[in-house]
Each structure stands twice: as C-alpha cells, then as structure tokens.
Design a protein around this ligand. Structure first.
Ligand SMILES: Cc1ncc(COP(=O)(O)O)c(C=O)c1O
Length: 640
C-alpha cells in the first residue's frame, strides 16, 4: 500500500515526470537528487529557508548544475550503448544549442561535463558565436554555426577557425555559399562546411512546422545539388563534411524521429555515392521532455526515452548505410531541451488569495430583502443531494434576474452584494454534492474552476514561464512543502503583472490537462511556496520584461559526496535600475524629473527643504531594489 506522502506526491505526478530527480521526504518537503537512483538529496524547503535567512528574496531560481551534467552523461551513455549494440563504426559528437539557455554559468556547467565526451556547442547568431568562440570547449569538439548568416557572421566563423576551433559553417541558404567560397579562396582558411537539407519529413507536436517542405529552413534538393556543383567548381568539395537537418523541437513521437533520420540518411548516402566524403550526419535537436509524465505523444510529453532515441537514430542510419553500401557517418546531435530542462526550478511565494464572492456568515439578512434574494436564500437553505442540479440551474436564472433588476435600478448595491454572495454559496454547495456522485455532469467542471481559489504568486509568467503564456506549454508545479498534508483546496495561479494573461490555469495530469492545481489552505503568517519545475530550457531566454519585472534571484546548488548541499553561487536578480536603464530611463533623467516636481511643491510652500531631502532619499532607496514583491516591505538593495 502507498504511504500517505506517496499518494500526495502522486497527486502532482512527481514520479511520472521527475525522471528520478525529484521526490518527497518524510517531512513532506520536495527534495532534489543530483542523479536518478542517487540517495543524496537537497530538501528544497530547507534550502529556501536558508536563502530567505540570508536575505535573498523570492522568487528564486534554483539551479542544479549536477542535473544538467547528469543529463549530458545519460545522453553519452545512451549513444555509446546504442553504437555498441549495433556495432556502429562512427562516433557520436553532440553540440549543445546555446539558444536553449545561453547563461554563462549554465554553458560553463555544460562544458565541464561535455569536455569529457568531446561534446561542443551550436550557435545560431553572431552574439552566440561571439561568446562561443571565447569559451574553452574541448579541443576535438565541434562549434556548429546554424542560422541565417550575413558577412559578419561568416567572418566571425573564420576567426573561430583561425584560433583553432572546429567550426562548422552550415549553409542555411544558397546565397551564403559564394561568400564562404570567396573567403576561403582569398584567405586559404578552410572551415568545415555543412548543408542543411529541407526534408519532406516533419516532426510532431508544437514545433512540427520546423520540418517539412514548407519549412523556413534548409536547402531544397535542387539547391543542394547546385551547392555541391559550386563547391566542386571552386575546388572546395573536400570541405563539405556535414549534412544537417532538424525537424523541430519537442518531437512527441519516436516514429517521426525515425522517418526524418531515414530520409536524411538516404540523402547522405546518395551524396556519398557522388564521390563526396561527407563524414558527419547532423540529426539536429528535438528529443522530447516528458513534462506531464504520460510517456505519450501528447504535446507536453514524448513517447520514448533518450536511450530509445539513441537506438533509433543509430540503428536507422546504420540500416540505410548498409543498404546503400556507404560508410557510417559520425552522428552529430543538437539536443538542447532534454539536456537542460530538468536542472532549473523557480520557487515563488503566494502573496495572497484573490477571493471569489463568498462568505455568507458575514451577510446580515433582513425580512425586507427583494424577492430574488429571498429565492436564492431558499435555494441555499434547502438544497439536498437529490435536488442540487435543479437548484443550481434555478440559481443561474436568479443571477441573471439579479443583474437585470440592478441595471433597471430596482435594487441597491447592498442587495446586489447579498444576491452575489448567495449565488456563489449555492454554487459551492451544489459543487460539493456533485463531487459525491460517480458520473459528474460536465457543467460542474467549469464551475469547479470558477469556484477554485486564485493564488497570487510572486512572479511573472511573461518573464519565467513564457511558453505557458505563448503556446500553452505545460510545466509541473508543486508545493515544495506540506506534502504530508492532503491538499484540500484547488486553485489557479495568477502572477503579479498587470495583465490578465498572467495566469496559469492549465496543469500537468497523467491522462488529461488539469484546469486547477491541488493546493493547501493558506495559513496566516506562514509562507506557502510553489516550485515550477523543468523550466531550464528556453524559458529564461524567451522570457520578456513585461511590467519591467526583471530576472529573478538565482542560487546554484550542488551536493557533495557526503550528501551535504552547498550554495555555490548566488546571482542577484535585476534591480529596478537595470530594468529602467533597459527602458532607457537613465538615472540622471529620473532624478532631474523628480527634483523638478519637488521644487514646484517647495515653491508652493507644500514642502520644506528637510521634507524634500527626505523624499529624495526615500526615492533613491528604491533604485537598487528587487523588481518583485517583497513580503517584508523592504526596499532592500538586490546587490547586498
Ligand atoms: C537547428 C536546431 N538545432 C537544435 C535545436 C534544439 O532543439 P531541442 O531543444 O528540442 O533539442 C533547435 C531548436 O529548435 C534548432 O532549431
């Protein structure tokens, strides 16, 4: 039989999507393991308590570089095992796409592990390449340059080659090729070249459009043949070393992976048979993260493991090469999401609850209420398990009537308030009866959502979970404590931006999408913390500064051999000053504007010099404070 804690953990599906990195301890707190099947763990609540004691404010992003490293290890082991099983002759050479998370500390953590396996980096822009060139990646690893390229991008790639990096310039559009040919002919510098091919095959899930004939990326077959001819004519065909494709991120079905690889392997083989020594096949990224733990082809899931992904890639390429009688190429993967998603958790505190209209105990009813209010009151008092459905429908009609009467001026504000309270109380009661029956009417699903609490969370969806806002991506969300108490309430989450889109009302579920999250009741004077998990891929870099909420405070945590945790680094989130400068409000400009208004008040005699000096000091004190809500009302500097 499952323990109570295990059952509560199951409510949130921790075991399903946690990949062995997350569990719940005997205290009912969420814990993080540095690797699957590793007994060492960090108690997240204890960690947050320590950070709060050290005056690091919520929201806090927790990074676990060991998890990132472990994912890199798992990928390496998966490919090594697959290549051994199928007696594959080529090597696996992974590159991490910087766009998935460019933060320096994240990339450095990657390079530390990646260097052990000769894994490298992928860049998709000049800025990423500029950084990539300067990073100390393993000597034998690749630096792959994808994306559309202008002269500057190509020049940077040549600079990279000159300083000894194994740069691969992937030709994304045919017009990039003459510029590459010109540079090599002029300088004699010979970077490796790749061609991105536009496959007929597509991925599956939200990013399906990245592949297929209508894709924005890659060369058509005609263009590919033209590019080969141009390289031959220029005497540079020996530089063509890589064939590249990418059919989309978060591919949910393994079948689609196999189809893409099969088609690309065939293209590779045909090029090989033209007497060209291409020796790498780059299968792009796309390995999916099982965000909801359902292990299905649902959009927030993936119906395969990393080992199955590696097996299918290796086996499919091997089979095609055998059929065509060509050598097996080295395999480049550009997986990002699957490597980095698990390592980051955002912890937010609940600031308050936004109430629906309820609270009958506080409403004084008299004998002179309007009829509509009396009728709602009767429904409330006499509802039973037998009539709740009928009474609920009656209440809906009475609510309409209530607002019509108010619009026509027949009832006053107090009477309207009483009617509203009664209506929601009737709904609540009906909902409780509905929960007891085996087959629930669908209309109560919507009602349940309406009756759920709204928890006001100290974070910005736009900054920290942009994919939830933009494309309905689901992320696991779990209280990090009190997991030994059955959560008795349900809630949707609202953020602190002034935007009605700043909500989370879709949650992971094994079989469906939940519209509400199971939560505990809020206790006065006690913090309630939620963790948003698996957010290490894309979220930080795609997040925007809506309402000028900046980056969050960040703590990097490792666990040593004795199971002790260490906060190895704290990176302060953006202070107001950073966000204001971003929006081009320079300090001088703001201070001048403030003083102008101040002087006007002094002139009018509404402020004296002393009061003005105090106001200047008060205003200045906020300049370096955190952009998020401070539960203690401090205007504390972020960089303390
Ligand atoms: C060319 C290319 N390679 C690799 C990736 C990384 O994909 P993922 O993070 O799904 O592994 C992407 C992202 O879409 C991409 O466009």
């Amino acid at each position: 039989m499952k323990s109570a804690i295990a059952e509560i953990a199951q409510t949130y599906g921790i075991e399903n999507w946690g990949a062995g990195y997350f569990s719940v301890n005997a205290k009912g707190n969420l814990v993080v393991h540095p690797a699957e099947n590793d007994n060492r763990s960090v108690d997240v609540k204890v960690l947050i308590d320590e950070l709060v004691r050290r005056r690091i404010n919520l929201p806090i992003l927790l990074r676990f570089p060991q998890i990132f490293a472990n994912q890199v290890r798992i990928m390496n082991q998966s490919f090594v095992a697959a290549m051994k099983e199928f007696d594959y002759k080529g090597q696996h050479r992974a590159v991490f796409p910087m766009k998935v998370n460019q933060r320096r500390q994240v990339i450095e953590a990657y390079i530390e592990e990646a260097s052990k396996h000769n894994y490298g980096l992928e860049c998709g822009s000049k800025a990423e390449l500029y950084a990539g060139i300067a990073l100390d990646q393993a000597e034998n690893s690749l630096l792959v340059c994808n994306g559309f390229k202008d002269d500057g991008f190509i020049d940077l790639a040549y600079i990279g080659t000159q300083i000894g990096k194994n740069v691969v310039i992937v030709i994304e559009k045919l017009n990039e090729l003459p510029r590459v040919i010109e540079r090599t002919q002029r300088t004699g510098i010979k970077p490796m070249l790749g061609m991105r091919v536009r496959l007929y095959s597509r991925g599956s899930g939200r990013w399906e459009k990245s592949g297929g004939e209508q894709s924005k990326f890659g060369l058509t077959t005609t263009e590919l043949l033209q590019a080969i001819k141009d390289l031959r004519d220029a005497g540079m065909i020996d530089q063509l070393r890589v064939l590249h494709f990418h059919i989309g991120s978060q591919i949910t079905q393994i079948k689609r992976v196999k189809n893409g690889v099969k088609e690309a392997a065939r293209v590779y083989a045909k090029i090989r048979k033209m007497g060209i020594d291409v020796d790498h096949l780059n299968v792009g990224g796309g390995a999916g993260v099982d965000y909801d733990g359902s292990k299905t082809s649902f959009e927030s899931s993936a119906n395969y493991t990393l080992q199955e992904f590696a097996n299918d890639v290796v086996y499919t390429i091997k089979t095609v090469c055998q059929e065509e009688g060509v050598p097996e190429p080295n395999i480049i993967t550009e997986s990002g999401r699957i490597l980095v998603a698990y390592h980051a958790i955002l912890i937010t505190n609940i600031i308050d609850e936004i109430e629906t209209v309820q609270g009958i105990k506080n409403v004084p009813f008299t004998d002179n209420e309007p009829q509509v209010v009396n009728e709602l009151h009767d429904l409330y008092k006499t509802m039973t398990s037998k009539n709740y459905l009928e009474y609920y429908h009656d209440a809906l009609e009475h609510k309409e009537e209530l607002f019509t009467l108010f619009d026509l001026g027949y009832i006053n504000l107090e009477q309207r308030a009483k009617g509203e309270v009664l209506f929601w109380e009737v709904c609540d009661k009906a909902n409780n009866f509905a929960k007891l029956v085996q087959y629930q009417s669908e209309e109560f699903d919507d009602l349940r959502k309406l009756l759920s609490a709204k928890y006001l969370c100290n974070f910005s969806v736009f900054r920290s979970l942009p994919d939830h806002w933009a494309i309905d991506q689901l992320f696991p969300i779990v209280p990090i404590h009190r997991l030994n108490e059955v959560p008795t309430d349900t809630a949707t989450l609202v953020d602190i931006t002034c935007d009605s889109d700043g909500v989370i009302d879709k949650f992971v579920d094994l079989h469906d999408i939940k519209e509400v999250l199971e939560v505990h009741d809020l206790r006065s004077g006690e913090p309630y913390y939620l963790g948003m998990l698996l957010i290490g891929a894309y979220q930080e870099v795609m997040g925007n500064f809506h309402n000028l909420f900046g980056t969050t405070n960040e703590a990097h945590v490792t666990i040593d051999g004795n199971g002790e945790y260490h906060i190895s680094r704290i990176i302060p989130g953006s202070p107001l000053s950073e966000m204001l400068t971003f929006a081009k409000y320079e300090k001088d400009f703001l201070q001048e504007g403030f003083r102008k208004s101040l002087n006007r008040q002094i002139k009018k005699g509404k402020l004296n010099e002393e009061g003005a000096a105090q106001l200047i000091a008060d205003y200045d004190a906020y300049y370096n404070s955190y952009t998020y809500l401070d539960a203690n009302g401090n205007k504390r500097e972020v960089r303390d």
